[in-house]
Design a protein around this ligand. Structure first.
Ligand SMILES: [Zn+2]
Length: 451
């Protein structure tokens, strides 16, 4: 396919904005890019898409999300409002995830995938929980991702909170799915796996060792880290060590491991994170919503920690997350110099591409160049001030909205064109989701603790 009449944002290093370009896509990759007239002339008779002067950019990447949380939107929590993050887990997320059936898992994923296509997020790293529907749950999600045409990395969160049998079921679900992903062919190579663990606070030493033992060599883990001080307190009580040290001792850190949040780590832990090459993901909307504090993103980056940007189950409108990441440190530190737009881009664009790219080694991800994955979005943005490769971060932060995304393409396949979804039936998914969600809410209300 040819996309012409495009203003291309490459997200290369350095970033470039190229005027009046055409891209030729073949076999899921960007085969050619160049001046529109030349590229179009070389490929007569090819199906074309006229970008109409819109920006053509690499699709956004979300480094940490939870599809299973989709049905929480608008759900009432009975009794007094949860007063702390552990209370939010106990009164919201844990009774909710226990209420999910395989069909709910499927539809909560589909709802998020519709949202992702609409808002130009083309790769998502999901962290799944459904304690009463563990076996095969990752296949259910993989099938939804396949149907949507998006790219995703999946895992199941192992936890002791529902007893040893379910902890083991979680371990086997990860191991089974990783084995299935071994040849890189699930969903035509668009779905990969990692090994999920809920968080240090909900697993014993024995369970951590069992995860390590069941994870094939070279596998990374995906878990929450020090989201609230309780993770540190729990680790000190269990092991006498802070949480990063505990994870290191059990072989959980490493260059393919993803640690969400790291809000309450100390300097020594930050240095250990940097040495371990593990990834830390930042989710400022979630941190603000849960009242858990703010991660020392700039300090961690300076110490050499590799950091990406996720959404923790908030909307798959990643520019919304960019805006929160940009604003939060300014108000927190009362200093407008904190978190420049270029640092947000480092997290959300370059680092997320490096992180997600590890799981899809066939071709570079997250940038436009010959040979890269053809994961692209069209953005109908017509700036009222000069737009350059250098000032683009601030155009995105102050001018972009996800509703400007008019087309979404993954592996060269068009998933949305002129804002019309081509792979998923949004209306049918929305209607079925509403029915399933009200049944989930009923089951949730039967088991949620009232205090
Ligand atoms: Zn999370």
């Amino acid at each position: 396919m040819l996309i012409h009449n495009a203003r291309v944002v490459t997200w290369g290093r350095p970033n470039q904005i190229l005027e009046d370009q055409a891209l030729y896509l073949a076999e899921g990759l960007i085969a050619e890019i160049g001046p529109a007239a030349e590229v179009v002339a070389r490929h007569p008779g090819t199906e074309t898409m006229d970008a109409g002067g819109q920006l053509v950019m690499p699709g956004n990447i979300c480094a940490h999300t939870h599809f299973y949380g989709a049905f929480a939107r608008g759900m009432a929590i009975p009794g007094p409002a949860p007063a702390s993050f552990p209370d939010i887990l106990r009164k919201l997320w844990w009774p909710l995830d226990r209420s999910l059936t395989p069909m709910d898992v499927r539809y909560s994923a589909l709802v998020c995938l519709v949202d992702a296509i609409r808002h130009g997020t083309t790769t998502l790293l999901d962290h799944h929980a459904s304690p009463n529907a563990i076996d095969g749950s990752l296949d259910v999600i993989a099938e939804a991702v396949d149907q949507a045409g998006l790219r995703a990395v999946l895992c199941y969160e192992v936890t002791d909170r529902d007893g040893p049998e379910k902890a083991w079921a979680g371990i086997w679900e990860n191991a089974r799915f990783l084995e299935r992903c071994r040849d890189g062919e699930v969903a035509g190579g668009r779905v990969a796996g990692s090994f999920g663990i809920h968080a240090s606070l909900s697993v014993s030493d024995e369970t951590l060792d069992a995860c390590r033992g069941a994870a094939p060599d070279g596998t990374g883990f995906h878990l929450h880290l020090a989201e609230h001080p309780v993770d540190e307190e729990d680790s000190l009580a269990k092991s006498g060590m802070r949480v990063v040290q505990r994870l290191e001792k059990h072989g959980i850190l490493g260059e393919r491991t993803i640690l969400a949040h790291a809000v309450h780590v100390n300097q020594e832990e930050i240095e250990l994170l940097a040495r371990s090459r593990a990834w830390v993901t930042h989710q400022p909307r979630s941190n603000m919503n849960n009242g858990v504090g703010a991660a020392e993103v700039e300090a961690m980056l300076q110490a050499g920690v590799r950091m990406g940007l996720g959404n923790d189950g908030f909307s798959n409108a990643m520019w919304e997350e960019w805006k929160a990441a940009y604003l939060l440190p300014k108000v927190w530190k009362q200093d407008p110099r904190r978190m420049p737009g270029s640092t947000v881009v480092d997290l959300a664009v370059y680092n997320n591409a490096d992180l997600a790219g590890m799981f899809f080694p066939r071709a570079p991800l997250g940038r436009i160049e010959p040979g890269a994955q053809a994961d692209l979005i069209l953005v109908d943005y017509h700036p009222t001030t000069p737009l350059t490769a250098d000032n683009l971060p601030w155009h995105i932060l102050f001018g972009f909205h996800e509703s400007m995304v008019t087309a979404t393409i993954v592996a060269g396949r068009v998933l949305m064109r002129d804002r019309r979804l081509l792979t998923l039936d949004e209306e049918a998914i929305t209607q079925r989701s509403r029915e399933l969600a009200s049944a989930v809410w009923r089951r949730y209300h039967q088991q949620v603790p009232s205090h």
